[in-house]
Every structure is written in C-alpha cells, then in structure tokens.
Unconditional design. Structure first.
Length: 255
C-alpha cells in the first residue's frame, strides 16, 4: 500500500492524544467504513481504557493503550517504537495532543502559558517527528495533524494557544514536503471552534462545529488526497480574508 494512494483505507490507526474527542470521532468515522486496529496513546490510563472500551463497542476488533505524557520527551521515541511494533506498523497516525490554556493577551499565568507551548508545540512536535521517522522507515502511511485556525494568524484573544498551533502547523507542513518522496502523507487539519470538553463554557465563535463534523471532513480529506482540511470548509475563505486585514483593523477583533 503506497502512502500516496492509501486514503482512509489503512487498517492500523495510532492516536496520539488518545482521549481527544475529535480524534476518537475520526476513528469512529473510519471504523464505520471498515474494521480498524487502534492504539491509543495518552497520559491518563483510566481515561484511555474508557476510550478503548468505547471503540471496542463501536466495532474496532483490536484496541491497545499506551501511557505517555507529552512532557516526558525522553520516553517519546521508546513508546512510539513500542506502539508501532505492537501494532505491526501504522497506516494512519492522528496527532491530537493539546491544551487550551488561559485566553487573552499577555498572560497573567506565565507558567500556564509555557505549559501550552510545551504541550502543543514541543511535546506534540516531538511525537510528530518520532512518528514521521517510523512511517518513513516503512515507506508508507499518513499523519493527520490536528492544528487550528487559531494558528493561521494568532490573535490577542489566544496568544499562547495560537502561537503553539502556528508552530505545530508549520512543522507539519514542512514535514509533509520532506516526506512526500518517501511515500508518507501529512494532512493538516484546521478546525475552528469545536464543541468539546476543552471549549465547554466558552462563547462559540462563528462557524463552530462538532467532533463528528470535523471527523467527516478529515476522512473526506484523506480520500481526496488533500494536504490541508478546514473544518468547516468555509473557514478557508474566512481565514484568507483575515490574513489580509491590516493590523490596526485586525487588532480590534476580540473573538
């Protein structure tokens, strides 16, 4: 199976950030099409076990769990290798590691802002690189990287989060170009506001969506061979307009 033509057909799925509502919705959307063997990687063993049970109930014939914290950089390579070896390789790797943190401009909670950068960029970036190396070794596979429209042009409303996603987005795009000739695809997913546990209690932004809606957009992107997916698709044109706004006008945006 070539990386360029695999689409959404790969049987072996690895989820980094194994309790992410969006990532689990992607797995369920894939499972609705064909059986999937799934490895869930995350920091909370109990939450991982619950997520694995849900996927088993949804029909996944095999679910594995691996405990790993995004901060534990020294163990990333070891655990990624263990995941790939136990699963017998991977066809689709979904990277869904992330925290939201404090909203606003200059952080009051400096430690919290650094936590966002460490988890969303350094930790997620490390997992992305180690997974990419294993896919390159096997000569096939797809990396699905959950970025955000917040990274397209970070705003004063979410400085640390937007910056972290901008960095991860850039890393994923660069790896996509570097890995193309090795049969490995990278699909960058840029959702807008998604109704999840992480965003509970926040005022929804325009063009908000749900995890199943994002999942359907991702699977369509996989089948189309896309390198980037916006969810919902209309956000692509909204962000194009926002990127073109002069800074004095852009600064007035509060959402």
């Amino acid at each position: 199976m070539s990386g360029a033509g695999a689409g959404s057909s790969g049987r072996r799925v690895v989820v980094l950030g194994g309790t992410s509502e969006i990532a689990l919705a992607i797995v369920r959307e894939l499972q609705d099409r064909a059986p999937r063997e799934v490895a869930l990687v995350g920091r909370d063993p109990d939450a991982l076990a619950s997520a694995a049970a849900q996927l088993t109930g949804a029909g996944c014939p095999r679910t594995l769990t691996f405990a790993l914290d995004a901060h534990d950089l020294n163990r990333h390579e070891l655990v990624i290798n263990e995941v790939f070896d136990e699963l017998g390789g991977a066809d689709i790797v979904v990277l869904a590691v992330g925290v939201l943190g404090e909203r606003g401009g200059l952080p009051d909670d400096v430690a919290g802002a650094l936590e966002v950068l460490e988890v969303n960029l350094v930790g997620a970036g490390s997992l992305l690189i180690h997974s990419a190396r294993r896919l390159r070794e096997q000569g096939a596979g797809t990396l699905v990287v959950l970025s955000s429209v917040a990274g397209e042009r970070p705003r004063a409303a979410n400085v640390a989060y937007g910056a972290s996603k901008a960095g991860l987005d850039s890393l994923a795009q660069g790896l996509g170009d570097a890995l193309h000739e090795h049969g490995v695809r990278v699909l960058v997913v840029r959702p807008g506001f998604v109704h999840t546990r992480m965003t509970h209690g926040l005022q929804p932004a325009p063009l908000s969506s749900t995890p199943p809606q994002v999942a359907r957009a991702v699977v369509r992107g996989l089948d189309r061979g896309s390198h980037t997916v916006w969810a919902p698709p209309a956000l692509r044109w909204v962000m194009m307009a926002l990127r073109a706004l002069p800074r004095p006008i852009f600064r007035r945006l509060r959402q």
